[in-house]
Design a protein around this ligand. Structure first.
Ligand code: PMP
Length: 413
């Protein structure tokens, strides 16, 4: 019987799919709470990669032999499967990249360099990951377009009045993170899309922390571009996705030139392949793309809404447990209103020391600026500790995190 969206996840069962969770670190079973950086990979996805290399490894779109045809079909189907996962019309709107970072760069270079100039504005937010912040900043410098940042208020929410002030008819691109990888804030993304479109601007959504963790429908959001990474959603490293509206991608010139993306080449000039190949120059990410489709199958079978509920409940629990102590600061919105991660600091212990002590307890978290240096500057801190949750994490694991935090506190006091 199919699970209803309100059924809790059977984490005990799910954990059996992830062989790495059996690992012991320093004599204790691994507690993996670094999912916002990279998630673990289920047997189903590992098997898909193994099957590819064992049975039909071949280059795509070039051969007429059996293996090449099988690989080509699986690679094309993978685009359709990913399109379905995020509510895109079809696989032509799905470009496989190396990761989210490359997807932002693709749009910034292929669209931004051609379309932006002095007098134009790019509006983004104060909580962007460096992947988009640095990219738009540098494209701004190269084109003369000005980059403006929508404020985050004291509770970690995007200031939508400020957004309405900043986005004007001079704005050509609004680029926003869907879910902040540091604050756990969820951006009111459809509202941003409406404001951007009212002024004739495009909306680029950094979905690196939303696509893995909640149902996403790019058509409903009305995003013009949407980017995410396979390695944060049970897929392999080395594959990311750029979704773009068909009409916009058709208009854009290629980002990388070379084989695969051409139709006709002479010594004088060249013409381009249809979407998505026009943007996938050279031998593409074949096994990774096929495995990403398997990750979509895996997640959809469990149900994205259930995964979201599970993670949010864990984040709320972690928030409550952490803030029960006076010497802990948690950044971002309240526990009940955040996605599945918690960034925090302990008064007396540097985040790196905390992470190192937690490692003694086999608890893997992240410490640092999480590629959001300007946001950390705004918060007045150099670093924070971040615990991020996924479908296989449990409340007991959060108890282990809290035990480790208590131990760090007593060591340093
Ligand atoms: N944006 C956000 C919000 C992220 O969390 C990350 C990964 N930390 C990225 C972009 C970059 O992803 P990747 O390193 O896979 O390109």
């Amino acid at each position: 019987m199919e699970a209803s969206v309100t059924d809790p996840l059977d984490t005990e069962r799910i954990r059996e799919d992830f062989p790495i969770l059996e690992r012991e670190i320093n004599g204790s079973q691994l507690v993996y709470l670094d999912n916002a950086a990279t998630s673990q990979t289920p047997e189903q996805v590992i098997d898909t990669i193994t099957e590819y290399y064992r049975t039909y490894n071949s280059n795509v779109e070039r051969g007429i032999h059996q293996l090449s045809q099988e690989a080509s079909i699986a690679y094309e189907d993978a685009h359709d499967r990913v399109a379905e996962f995020i509510g895109a019309s079809d696989g032509e709107e799905i470009i496989f990249t190396k990761n989210t970072t490359e997807a932002v760069n693709l749009v910034a270079y292929a669209w931004g360099l051609a379309e932006l100039g002095p007098g134009d504005e790019i509006v983004t937010t104060e909580m962007e990951h460096h992947a988009s912040l640095v990219t738009w900043q540098q494209i701004g410098k190269r084109t003369g377009a000005e980059v403006k940042y929508i404020r985050i208020d004291e509770n970690g929410y995007l200031d939508m009045d400020h957004a309405r002030e900043l986005i004007t008819d001079d704005t050509k691109m609004v680029s926003a993170v869907h879910v902040s990888n540091t604050l756990g804030t969820v951006t009111p993304i459809s509202e941003l899309a409406d404001i951007a479109h009212d002024h004739g601007a495009y909306l680029f959504v950094d979905g690196a922390q939303s696509a893995p963790n909640r149902p996403v429908d790019v058509t409903e959001i009305d995003a013009d571009f949407f980017a995410f990474s396979g390695h944060k959603m049970c897929g392999p490293t080395g594959v990311g996705v750029l979704y773009g509206k068909h009409a916009i991608l058709e208009e854009m010139q290629p980002y990388l030139y070379g084989g695969m993306m051409i139709r006709k080449v002479t010594y004088e000039d060249s013409t381009w392949e249809e979407l998505p190949l026009k943007f996938e120059a050279g031998t593409p990410v074949i096994s990774q793309g096929i495995a990403l489709a398997a990750a979509c199958d895996y997640l959809d079978e469990i149900g994205m809404e259930r995964i979201q509920r599970h993670e949010e409940a864990l984040a709320e629990y972690a928030y409550e447990e952490l803030t029960a102590a006076d010497d802990v600061t948690v950044y971002g919105p309240p526990g009940a209103d955040r996605s599945g991660l918690v960034s925090f600091n302990l008064d007396s212990v540097h985040a790196h020391d905390l992470s190192s002590i937690l490692n003694d307890y086999a608890v893997a978290i992240r410490a640092g600026d999480h590629c959001t240096q300007p946001l950390h500057d705004k918060l007045g801190i150099a670093a924070s500790a971040r615990a991020s949750f996924y479908l296989y994490n449990t409340r007991e694991e959060i108890d282990k995190l809290i035990e480790g935090v208590d131990a760090a506190r007593s060591i340093f006091s």
